[in-house]
Design a protein around this ligand. Structure first.
Ligand code: NAD
Length: 423
């Protein structure tokens, strides 16, 4: 099977063939592309902590820093058993693309610890977080590389890491980590930002394509941070969210669902399956929600859920990707053949990193913005990115994904040229 990083390289090759026409000096362009195909630095460390029962345990940990031509590196730290070098290389490259498309002054990075968090206590996770921050303190920093939460990491973990980092360098530096608790300089509006920006994309797309919100049926897979806020804001904007799922399955109501009420029920009953049983909702499987005859399908949970096994069965006209990498390469070919449109992840879910950029900018200036200001600024950035992708796609007859990747790669190449890449 092709590795995740090789798939990313395949995308770079595909786009660079199209992009080459924009550059007279082909030799320099090719050199720059080969540079972009390698992260600038990959740091690997073994972290050792003392467990609650007094034994020493060691963990593999990583940080990949892809390219900093546009600004300091920026990317999450995940705690997961699947963390490996190939994965951080791929994800750091995708972060460079996402930041570039969003128009924020960062390059991409990604880090992680190979750990099964369910086997460790909070005390042990605190030691592990601090060990990571100490070990990597030389390589991160507010002007160097700015980490954030990712899978199985959160505001508390950022707070522990910040404390340890500041201890190592000997001064306060809240801008070194984003996604912090509000009390330590976190930004208002960060929590809702990814879902909120996904709905800004939805609304702009609906305007361009003359979709009437009340007649536009939407199905959302996933009801975590992203799925919940996306569904809520979509409903508040008048769209008809007819199906939503969590890991137990999906609830369906052709007349439309109320995400806030479902959230209350989820707290009361635990899972969508239990809600359906207790409240009499129609319940379908997580595979079936993807195949519903809706206008817009929103994968907002896991990667690769739209794949060669179900691509032919997808009936939605548009896939708005809120999860990272929900559509596989093979599935995309089938969807495009069937005239489906895909609004890509690097555009739709960039609200999170954009809000992180606002947090960093506020910390550097020692100020804090109101939630209203954060939301207004988020809208400006995402609408701008959407319009650039939409108009390039129409002008050059590209898919939205190709247009998004083209714009991202072009900005990185241009930054490298401006900095005086020697041919
Ligand atoms: P989360 O952990 O809060 O929620 C994940 C949701 O997926 C939960 O509702 C869970 O029940 C559901 N789920 C798990 N397994 C499932 C399955 N088999 N079928 C259907 N649903 C299932 O995660 P999140 O922060 O909402 O992130 C969701 C996706 O969005 C991920 O791909 C993440 O990388 C991406 N993303 C998140 C952010 C952010 O700001 N949180 C930003 C960019 C991208």
């Amino acid at each position: 099977m092709t590795s995740f990083f090789n798939n990313v390289l395949r995308q770079i090759d595909e786009i660079s063939i199209l992009l080459e026409n924009e550059y007279i000096d082909k030799k320099t362009f090719k050199k720059i592309i080969s540079e972009i195909k390698k992260p600038q630095r990959i740091i690997k460390k073994t972290l050792t902590i003392t467990s609650d029962n007094g034994k020493k345990i060691s963990f593999q940990s990583f940080r990949a820093q892809h390219n900093n031509a546009l600004g300091p590196f920026k990317g999450g730290i995940r705690f997961h058993l699947n963390v490996n070098e190939d994965e951080v290389k791929a994800l750091s490259t995708l972060m460079s693309f996402k930041c570039s498309l969003a128009g924020i002054p960062y390059g991409g990075s990604k880090g992680g610890i190979k750990v099964d968090v369910s086997r460790f206590s909070q005390k042990e996770l605190k030691k592990l977080s601090k060990a990571y921050a100490k070990s990597f303190s030389k390589y991160i920093g507010e002007r160097i590389d700015v980490p954030a939460p990712d899978i199985n990491t959160n505001a508390q973990i950022m707070a522990w890491m910040l404390e340890e980092y500041e201890k190592s360098v000997g001064y306060k530096s809240p801008a070194t980590f984003t996604g912090k608790p509000i009390e330590l300089g976190g930004s208002l509006g960060r929590n809702e930002a990814t879902g909120r920006c996904g709905v800004f994309v939805l609304k702009e797309f609906a305007k361009k394509e003359r979709l009437v919100p009340s007649k536009t049926k939407i199905a959302v897979q996933g009801f975590g941070n992203v799925g919940f806020w996306f569904s809520k804001f979509a409903k508040d904007s008048g769209f008809k969210v007819i199906a939503i799922s969590d890991s137990s399955g999906a609830i369906l109501n052709e007349k439309g669902l109320d995400p806030e009420k479902l959230n209350d029920y989820k707290r009361e009953f635990g899972s969508f399956k239990e809600i359906a049983e207790n409240k009499g909702f129609k319940f379908i499987s997580n595979e079936d929600i993807l195949e519903l005859p809706v206008d817009i399908l929103v994968p907002a949970a896991l990667e690769a859920v739209i794949n060669k096994d179900n691509a032919e069965k997808i009936k939605a006209k548009v896939i708005l990707e809120m999860a990272n990498g929900p559509t596989t390469f093979e599935a995309e070919e089938t969807l495009l053949k069937n005239k489906k449109e895909i609004l890509p992840d690097i555009l739709c879910n960039s609200g999170g990193v954009t809000a992180s950029y606002f947090e960093w900018a506020q910390n550097l200036q020692g100020i804090s913005w109101s939630e209203k200001k954060v939301n207004e600024e988020l809208k400006k950035y995402i609408v701008n990115a959407f319009n650039s992708v939409y108009s390039l796609a129409k002008k050059k007859k590209f898919t939205f994904r190709v247009a998004a990747n083209y714009l991202s790669l072009k900005r990185i190449v241009d930054a490298i040229i401006l900095r005086g890449f020697e041919s």
